[in-house]
Design a protein around this ligand. Structure first.
Ligand code: NAD
Length: 358
């Protein structure tokens, strides 16, 4: 498929190819939509199989950010950047060269951390452009967004419990978490504080041990996660784990976790989950807490405000599930519909001809 065809298929505005021979920079910035505001999205450094693979990733991820931002009620559009190459190529010059390309877009794209980039890397980029967010608190930023992401995910789980059982109480419920890294660990803490019982797995034994030592609960093998006899499955590690092979194993009535792109086949797997009577909280709806925090940082909100806003994910998830039920569609389709409606209605304001902020 040609590049323009790929862009047209997903509705992209712009794809920018950036290079700087001297520092070995090969980067692609995807701007899916600026309908609601500047396109925001992380910078990932990855050794892609080839250029088409990188383009596909940029197109897919930047589109996802449009929906995530719209659904979270933010005035930002969707973007994503990738640097092609092994993460070990990362250094000051490479990041600053990338920052100059971001600056050249005049604020149409705002970058942030993502896979293989860190809060510290953003500081190098900031030397070249102000269109970057997600700094450490020492530098006046809001710090690591994992807590806000976990808080939003916790609220998403509570919303699912309310819809399924009539009460959002986590006390007495059992939640299985796959991946107790930055987000999964914080989620485990919120669940523990709420009185839930934890079942955890991670490829790192050390991380599992930390949860068990600090919060109690039970460790399970990675293979036993899907069939765990629990109230909620919370995937918080990697994408693609909910698929044709794993869905038939699931016994939990709810799947709600922070991992991005949990469904291997977004439409097909959402349908399989619905047919199995499993309530799925769309990943981009529940894991928007971190995005809410870094967007808040851009407009000068304190972290407490971001946490309060991430708490709104409770109502958003309920709205999504209720619409899915009322319309007889999957929760994934209901979320997309709500996001698209907001984008269409707010974009429509431009017809007034009055100046807005963006
Ligand atoms: P992380 O790297 O800190 O944690 C991921 C954990 O998963 C690690 O402990 C890792 O050992 C474990 N893991 C990896 N593969 C596994 C497997 N097959 N089975 C079990 N455990 C496995 O990452 P994170 O920041 O906690 O993010 C977790 C997920 O949430 C990712 O999918 C990420 O894209 C998504 N997410 C994170 C944020 C954020 O604020 N950090 C925001 C939105 C979405």
């Amino acid at each position: 498929m040609g590049v323009f065809e790929g862009m047209a298929g997903l509705g992209h505005e712009q794809l920018v190819f950036c290079r700087d021979e001297a520092v070995g920079l090969r980067a692609i910035i995807g701007i899916h939509s600026t309908a609601l505001g500047p396109a925001i999205g992380g910078l990932r450094i990855y050794n892609y199989l080839d250029e088409s693979d990188a383009i596909r990733d940029v197109l897919r991820l930047s589109r996802g950010m449009t929906y995530k931002a719209a659904m979270a009620g933010l005035d930002f559009g969707g973007g994503q950047a990738v640097i092609l190459g092994d993460p070990s190529i990362k250094d000051e010059a490479l990041l600053r060269a990338f920052g100059r390309h971001v600056e050249s877009l005049g604020g149409r794209y705002i970058t942030a951390e993502d896979m293989n980039t860190t809060v510290e890397d953003m500081s190098w980029i900031r030397r070249e452009t102000r269109w970057v967010t997600g700094f450490s608190q020492q530098l006046g930023g809001s710090g690591h967004p994992a807590r806000a992401t976990a808080w939003g995910t916790y609220q998403g789980i509570r919303a699912c419990l309310e819809v399924v059982h009539g009460s959002p109480e986590v006390a007495g419920r059992t939640v299985a978490i796959q991946g107790v890294g930055a987000v999964g660990y914080e989620l485990a803490r919120y669940l523990h504080e709420g009185g839930a019982r934890l079942v955890v797995c991670d490829i790192s034994e050390r991380k599992v041990r930390r949860v068990l030592d600090e919060l109690g609960g039970e460790a399970i093998d990675e293979d036993d996660f899907y069939g765990a006899d629990v109230d909620v499955l919370a995937p918080c590690a990697i994408g693609g784990v909910i698929n044709r092979a794993t869905i038939p194993l699931i016994r939990a009535p709810i799947v709600a976790g922070a991992a991005n792109n949990q469904l291997d086949d977004p439409e097909g797997d959402a349908r399989l989950l619905a047919e199995a009577g499993i309530t799925y909280a769309p990943d981009y709806v529940v894991n928007a807490g971190g995005l809410i925090q870094v967007c808040g940082e851009l407009v000068g909100y304190p972290v407490e405000q971001a946490m309060a806003d991430a708490g709104g994910i409770f109502d958003t998830v309920k709205r999504v599930i209720n619409r899915a039920r009322a319309r007889g569609i999957t929760t994934a389709a209901a979320a997309d519909e709500i996001a698209e409606e907001r984008i269409a209605r707010v974009t429509g304001l431009r017809r007034l001809g009055l100046p807005g902020r963006w």
